[in-house]
Ligand binder design. Structure first.
Ligand code: ATP
Length: 300
């Protein structure tokens, strides 16, 4: 039996960050949207544990940890321990989500692995248990299970779906070099010594989403980590300017970066923006959201 589960990358339409809590995590109020840049995790029976990763030409394979350090190993061990069984499977991960790009690719792989191994091992883990295992693995992992568009609170792990009936079109420009999420939070703390305990609320973004109007959403996009990411990677400011000069409604750093996002009016506008950005950048992707969370695509 082989099971393939697909899980989406995320973008943050709103990312409000507060002062660090006593446990060291930053409180977040975020609006996640799952977009159509997805990783696939395929699992098959095996007498032991193996993990292989394949990446597209433009991605640096060395940036993805091999077995032992990959978040997929941790997901498998956690699920197996939860049920008191051995962690045995042959797993392959096919990446499309930029690594260390602020799109939570590792979290997507962890969510996909939980769903795929649950099927392979015939565990039928209830959804609430799967969600709490996901939250143990990382703040963005529960959202990768849920998908769509959702409000995230806590450290991002408490997710509540929000209505989002529109298809939004995005141009996504990954970077050759990733940015470490902890380093971006450290710079956020340095730049914002007086950050409020309560992160910025997401009301404007939620209201803009409800209108279905890309210009209103463009005006509402908000990322408290953007200044810290631009401080570490000043070149991204030029990329954001270029995207806006190329016809995007708005450019934004994705999460902790360095991937940059550009909202376009519709599919044709997104392709036109992408064409112009591709004159200066090797990898320019067009995608849309919201899309489904981790879901089975092959069960054979
Ligand atoms: P986030 O925004 O959730 O912090 P990110 O999108 O910036 O994450 P990821 O691609 O999830 O970054 O990777 C963060 C780090 O996790 C990588 O630098 C890598 O060392 C490690 N990692 C572990 N497993 C994976 C995986 N399956 N895919 C990608 N990175 C992984």
């Amino acid at each position: 039996m082989t099971v393939t589960v697909r899980a989406p990358g995320k973008i943050n339409l709103h990312l409000g960050v507060g002062a660090p809590r006593s446990d060291g995590f930053h409180p977040l109020v975020t609006v996640y949207q799952a977009v159509g840049i997805c990783d696939d995790v395929t699992v098959a029976p095996s007498p032991g544990w193996t993990l292989g990763v394949s990446v597209p030409d433009w991605m640096d394979a060395a940036a993805v940890p091999v077995t032992g350090d990959n978040i997929v190993d941790r997901a498998a061990q956690l699920l197996a321990r939860h049920h008191g069984i051995a962690s045995q499977a042959a797993v392959s991960v096919t990446k499309a989500i930029p690594v260390a790009g602020g799109m939570a690719g590792g979290s997507a792989d962890a969510a996909a692995a939980l769903v795929a191994l649950d099927r392979l091992w015939g565990l039928e883990t209830p959804d609430d248990e799967l969600l709490s295992l996901a939250a143990e693995l990382g703040s963005d992992v529960p959202f990768a299970l849920v998908g769509g568009t959702a409000l995230g609170t806590g450290r991002g792990e408490l997710v509540e779906p929000v209505p989002d009936p529109t298809t939004w079109w995005w141009v996504v420009v990954p970077s050759d070099e990733g940015l470490s999420t902890p380093a971006v939070y450290r710079r956020f703390d340095e730049l914002n010594p007086d950050a409020p305990a309560e992160p910025a609320a997401a009301a404007t973004t939620l209201a803009a989403l409800a209108t279905g109007d890309p210009e209103l959403l463009a005006g509402a996009l908000h990322n408290d980590l953007q200044d810290a990411a631009l401080d570490l990677r000043p070149d991204l400011a030029d990329l954001l300017d270029l995207g806006q000069q190329s016809g995007a409604l708005r450019g934004l750093v994705s999460g902790s970066g360095p991937t940059c996002l550009f909202l376009a009016d519709d599919a044709d506008a997104a392709r036109a923006v992408a064409g112009r950005l591709a004159e200066h950048h090797d990898v320019v992707l067009v995608t849309n959201g919201p899309v489904a969370g981790a879901h089975v695509v092959t069960y054979a």
